[in-house]
Ligand binder design. Structure first.
Ligand SMILES: [Zn+2]
Length: 223
């Protein structure tokens, strides 16, 4: 039986992104999430904080997060290069984390040059649920540190362009990784074939492992 390629994070709409995917809706797209029949995540992206009524937005996030097919909060997170100051970003991110903890759902994290702050928030709020750093492009030290704090890593189209990232991917345990297309038009199957080659295992084996990893998104039926 063919194993469906689990796509950790894709946007809407997206070609070639696979059906077995978590579609990421920004809170401004909540009308799309309203009728979306499949798995989704919802959050207030740090880039959008300044143009958003955050109180209203977070109430919407909390409301949609309760839906059964909302399998994660996010994407949300911290970005040192774009968006408002770290203080407000941390507040909004922590708000997502509180909602996630209260519903026992994982968080899909957007993090750019703010990994120490991310880990600090995870420690401070004593989070045990998995977080996934989506479209990870950091080095092996950062990767190991995140994994040791219970933050899994999702790799996207950059695996095709960066030898450095391929080396990182080769070295970290497969039970801590995901694969995603994000907003790129790349076929998710192509990322799987490449990722499996880097890991020197058959593509079907990588798909199986990642399917197992995806069990943390409880609403998703792995069987
Ligand atoms: Zn994205």
């Amino acid at each position: 039986m063919a194993i469906a390629a689990f796509n950790l994070h894709r946007h809407y709409p997206a070609k070639n992104a696979g059906q077995n995917a978590i579609v990421s809706f920004d809170v401004s797209e909540s009308s799309l999430a309203e009728t979306w029949p499949g798995m989704f995540s919802i959050g207030l992206h740090p880039w959008n904080i300044v143009t958003t009524d955050t109180e209203k937005a977070m109430a919407t996030v909390a409301e949609f997060a309760e839906k059964d097919n909302c399998v994660a909060l996010g994407e949300c997170g911290l970005d040192r290069l774009k968006g408002p100051g770290m203080k407000i970003q941390s507040e909004i991110f922590s708000h997502h984390v509180h909602i996630a903890e209260s519903l026992s759902k994982p968080v899909v994290v957007h993090c750019v040059r703010a990994y120490p702050e991310l880990i600090a928030i995870r420690k401070k709020l004593r989070c045990e649920l998995p977080w996934v750093a989506h479209r990870f492009t950091g080095n092996i030290e950062t990767a190991s540190q995140l994994i040791s704090h219970g933050i899994m890593l999702s790799f996207g189209p950059e695996l095709r362009s960066s030898q450095k990232l391929r080396d990182v991917f080769a070295r970290i345990p497969a039970d801590n990784v995901f694969v995603e297309t994000d907003d790129s038009p790349v076929d998710v199957e192509d990322i799987y074939s490449l990722a499996a080659k880097i890991k020197k295992i058959p593509t079907v084996d990588l798909k199986k492992i990642i399917l197992q990893n995806s069990a943390c998104f409880k609403a998703y039926d792995v069987g």
